[in-house]
Design a protein around this ligand. Structure first.
Ligand SMILES: O=C(O)CCC(=O)C(=O)O
Ligand SMILES: [Fe+2]
Length: 520
């Protein structure tokens, strides 16, 4: 019998590194959760040796999920009846109210696939998993053993597990969404891991659950230090102080991990004028505009070999994309080049960032958070007459279902011990007359006041990603000249559990200007 099974869209297109898994990024856009595959054991091609009994007809039922490339054909032998089944072995961070619901969802998926289900031996730890080696994690994990597969079964490569993961994750996500208001903590996802039957394995439950998280993090690159992080960092970079900093967007918010407790939270923007010298600025501009020999006079507009009208695609919000549709954006090829080819200037700047934030692991925003359309490094070239709207870059409280959400959960940015989402902008023009305008404008939502940062050549702006901001188009005085900015979307990971996430890292930086609602 031949059935068609969807296969995750293939990795390795163009310049993007091929090794990174991407299948579940697509799921994130579909609003589905994800599942980690643990303990691969050699290669196994789904084929005649595996009898799936009643599951055959249902395996193809969701095979046309969009984003999963055209199905592959796999053969199943009707005569063989292997008792495929799922056995839930351990969980953490899922309380007594929630666990039966989640297990019920897995049971019904098993029924659909004609698989057996067993949760009788589950080792349930109601507290979220905590681990010194994994600071910042959410710690809600469910570990499932898959019984009845051949010894050579490869969990990572199998179409069966790919399909199961779509189904199971969808079920659990739906369930958690439905019960969002009824049960505490249910808007937090659960990371699901598969493993082969372990027999009398000596591995502790804690380390099996940790392994699920570690594997997910490495499969999806969820915490990879930026290039040059460990290269020789200059003493000046380590001690460099900002020219000024501003706190805005103040609000009382719930304190993460402290039920019922609230605290006053403000977002930060920080300006550095001595981090990038003129030589580095010029080299970064060359990376953005392409390093070949063509000479382009950009008083006529951005260089057509790199920039396309309507090419701006750097925000998650649909409305913002529409309003910026007419503006210049980097071509797809240019974005890939900047993000994934080796550029010494990019590495040098990233190593400066690591030096600037020594108490964090500085990483680029992984593709898993918002999908492949949102590149971690991009550039802007607004010109006179363009129209932009306020947007936020990303908010860890509002991330869609994805491997990122499953591992780190959803929480207010700047929460103690949780990865902090910050963006970093470098203004790249050789010269920029103040009369040309084009500040980066921040909105304080409560007071509706705006705060402008002037784009000086070589200036670096670090800002929280959940701040409402916009680029303002240059004035008429700028003519057709673009105002360039190179933008990094970063995540600063804590190095220890429960760490303070202050960007100053305890250094004696100038006191911040308190703006708008931060001053109330
Ligand atoms: O260039 C600017 O001023 C802001 C750019 C920006 O907000 C972005 O790229 O997300
Ligand atoms: Fe932005």
């Amino acid at each position: 019998m031949i059935v068609t099974i969807a296969r995750p869209a293939s990795a390795g297109d163009g310049l993007r590194p091929a090794k990174r898994k991407r299948g579940r990024e697509v799921m994130s856009l579909l609003g589905l959760a994800s599942l980690a595959l643990v303990q691969p054991i050699q290669s196994f091609q789904l084929g005649p040796s595996l009898g799936l009994g009643r599951s055959q007809s249902t395996l193809c039922s969701t095979g046309s999920v969009s984003g999963y490339s055209s199905g592959v054909e796999a053969e199943f032998d009707d005569d063989i009846d292997n008792h495929l089944g799922l056995k839930v072995v351990a969980s953490s961070g899922i309380d007594d109210e929630q666990l039966p619901l989640v297990l019920g969802a897995i049971r019904s998926t098993c029924d659909k696939y004609g698989m057996t289900f067993d949760s009788s031996g589950i080792h349930a730890i109601s507290k979220p998993l905590r681990s010194k080696s994994l600071p910042g994690i959410l710690g809600r994990v469910l570990l499932v053993e898959m019984a009845g597969v051949p010894v050579s079964f490869d969990f990572d490569e199998s179409e069966l597990t790919a399909q199961l993961k779509i189904d199971l994750s969808g079920q659990i996500d739906q369930l958690l969404a439905e019960h969002r208001h009824g049960i505490t903590n249910t808007n937090q996802p659960i990371l699901l891991g598969f493993q082969a039957p372990r027999g009398d394995s000596k591995q502790s439950v804690q380390s099996s659950l940790e392994y699920v998280i570690q594997k997910e993090m490495s499969d999806y690159g969820l915490r990879e230090a930026v290039a040059g992080a460990s290269s020789g960092l200059s003493a000046e970079d380590k001690t460099l102080a900002p020219s000024y900093r501003v706190e805005l967007d103040g609000a009382m918010i719930e304190t993460v991990d402290c039920l019922g407790k609230t605290h006053f939270d403000t977002s930060s923007l920080i300006v550095f004028d001595d981090l990038v010298n003129d030589d580095l600025r010029r080299r970064l501009l060359n990376v953005v505009n392409g390093e070949d020999k063509e000479i382009w006079d950009d008083t006529q507009g951005p260089r057509p070999a790199r920039w396309v009208r309507g090419g701006l695609f750097d925000v998650a919000n649909d409305d913002a994309n529409q309003s910026s549709a007419a503006c210049y954006g980097l071509s797809e090829h240019a974005i890939m080049d900047i993000c994934y080819n080796e550029h010494p200037a990019i590495t040098e700047f990233e190593s400066k960032l690591s030096a600037l934030f020594p108490c964090f692991e500085v990483t680029r925003l992984p593709e898993s958070v918002l999908g492949p359309q949102i590149s971690p490094v991009t550039a802007n070239a607004p010109t006179h007459g363009d129209d932009f709207d306020f947007h936020i870059d990303c908010d860890p409280l509002q991330v869609p279902p994805s491997p990122w959400a499953d591992v780190f959960g959803r929480y207010p940015n700047r929460s103690r011990g949780r990865p902090r989402f910050v963006s970093c902008l470098v203004y790249l023009n050789d010269e920029w007359n103040e009369a040309f305008g084009a500040p980066t404008r921040f909105l304080d939502p409560l007071t509706q006041e705006v705060y402008d940062v002037t784009p000086k050549p070589g200036r670096v702006l670090v800002m929280d990603q959940d701040l409402s901001h916009t680029v303002v188009a240059p004035t008429q005085a700028a003519g057709r000249r673009p105002r360039y900015s190179l933008v990094w979307k970063l995540i600063l990971h804590p190095r220890t559990q429960g760490q303070e996430m202050k960007l100053s890292c305890g250094r004696n930086w100038p006191e911040p200007i308190l703006f708008g609602s931060a001053n109330i």
